[in-house]
Design a protein around this ligand. Structure first.
Ligand code: ADP
Ligand code: MG
Length: 401
């Protein structure tokens, strides 16, 4: 199994980052912070419909070493993006003016200032092993770790939920990506060994034990390493279609269409004559997906984890056929892995490329990985990167050596 994960211990990573911090900024870091990427077990494109999601944090993390400055500058440097240190004035931050990756940390600072928090200047050094653009939320990891670092440097004492809310606002209003709150809540709030069952309407949540290994199961992430064009525009379009569906049905959000009322709701939608079938399919995905989250939680809590497999695969079909956010590579992961005996598989994250998750019996891990790889070879696609999704801890302060 190949992995891009940085296998050094967290203290080693901190020591290395601290040395780079000194070189870059000529000053000692005061804190070391980490926030993970995530995989979503089930509940896709439900978060901006006030619905339910169930993510787990990955062992892959974005880290920041941070130190305060006496002036009002925010200086940010990422190991992972070629280019010089980006230097910004905290007092001159405006949406749309910060190009490239620095928009994420700058956006977080802008949101915190806008919320009335007092911030001083800071030097931030970023390193990550979260694959970027792979649907595993490297952007949320970067936002959340920035929010945590700024909160701690400035004594703001923000809660994990506040870190997530500020981070989402940064991505929405500063970077300009209209994402829901799934990714940021996952990065801020997940716990090791658990999936987070989250109601995105009021952010009430429950940590659900998810020890696949003890059950003889493995959850694999297969990163197709493809990103199809127009993904961001299509995301905004899906969001608008869902909002149109809610308006047509007279509900605040699609979450308010109860699963038993789905057929009646679809008939009402048909009767409006407004829709050519697109909104109907979007509505059906969201309502059935919320139901699938409930089914997965029931099965996990009843100690029947193998039975979530078909629910995951059904969720993929819904994303592919009703929500139209899959792509040939993701469909191939699902088809090839389930044909080779996986218990279930689905794309995870926003779609149009990125990653799928695959639930397998532990002893079938290698064979299923090989079957998917062979199918990709036969189709002429670049091979996916495959690694195990071990439910890991959410954002935290780490030790500096
Ligand atoms: P995803 O969140 O699925 O990985 P996005 O397109 O939402 O994909 O976010 C990826 C972007 O986040 C990158 O293009 C980059 O701008 C920023 N980013 C993520 N990780 C880092 C990092 N370690 N250093 C600098 N920028 C990063
Ligand atoms: Mg993202």
């Amino acid at each position: 199994m190949t992995t891009t994960q940085d296998d050094r211990g967290e203290l080693d990573r901190a020591a290395h980052a601290a040395a780079r911090h000194r070189e870059l900024f000529g000053t000692e870091p005061e804190g070391f912070f980490a926030a993970p990427g995530r995989a979503n077990l089930i509940g896709e494109h439900t978060d901006y419909n006030d619905g339910f999601v169930m993510p787990l944090a990955l062992p892959h993390i974005t880290t920041i070493t941070a130190s305060r400055r006496a002036d009002r500058l925010l200086r940010v440097h990422s190991r992972d993006v070629p280019g010089p240190t980006v230097e910004l004035s905290l007092d001159g931050l405006t949406p749309g003016t910060v190009k490239g990756w620095a928009g994420y940390p700058a956006g977080v600072a802008w949101v915190l200032l806008g919320a009335g928090h007092r911030l001083g200047g800071a030097d931030l050094y970023v390193e990550s092993d979260v694959p970027t653009g792979a649907g595993l939320s490297s952007s949320a990891a970067l936002e959340v770790v920035t929010a945590l670092a700024l909160s701690e440097l400035n004594g703001l004492g923000l809660t994990p939920e506040e870190l997530a809310r500020h981070s989402q606002r940064a991505e929405n209003d500063f970077v300009g990506m209209p994402c829901g709150i799934l990714d940021q809540m996952a990065s801020a709030c997940c716990a090791a060994g658990h999936v987070l069952y989250l109601d995105t309407r009021d952010l009430s949540s429950r940590q659900v034990p998810f020890d696949m290994a003890a059950e003889g199961l493995r959850l694999l992430v297969m990163d197709t390493q493809v990103k199809h064009a127009h993904a961001d525009g299509a995301y905004g379009q899906r969001r608008a279609e869902c909002e149109a569906g809610a308006v047509a049905l007279g509900v605040p959000a699609l979450r308010d269409v109860a699963y038993p009322d789905l057929d009646a709701a679809l008939a009402r939608l048909d009767a409006t004559g407004l829709d050519n079938g697109v909104i109907r399919r979007r509505v059906r995905h969201v309502v059935t997906e919320d139901r699938r989250v409930e089914r997965v939680i029931e099965l996990l809590e009843a100690g029947r984890p193998r039975e979530i497999g078909p629910v995951l695969t059904e969720g993929h079909a819904s994303l592919r056929d009703d929500f139209a956010v899959s792509c040939p590579e993701l469909d191939l992961v699902v088809a090839a892995s389930t044909e080779a005996g996986a218990l279930g598989a689905r794309m995870t994250g926003g779609g149009f490329g990125g990653s799928a998750i695959v639930l397998v019996e532990a002893d079938a891990t290698a064979a299923i990985g090989e079957a998917v790889t062979a199918a990709f070879d036969a189709a002429g696609h670049r091979r996916p990167r495959i690694f195990e999704a071990l439910p890991s801890a959410g954002a935290r302060r780490g030790a500096l050596p």
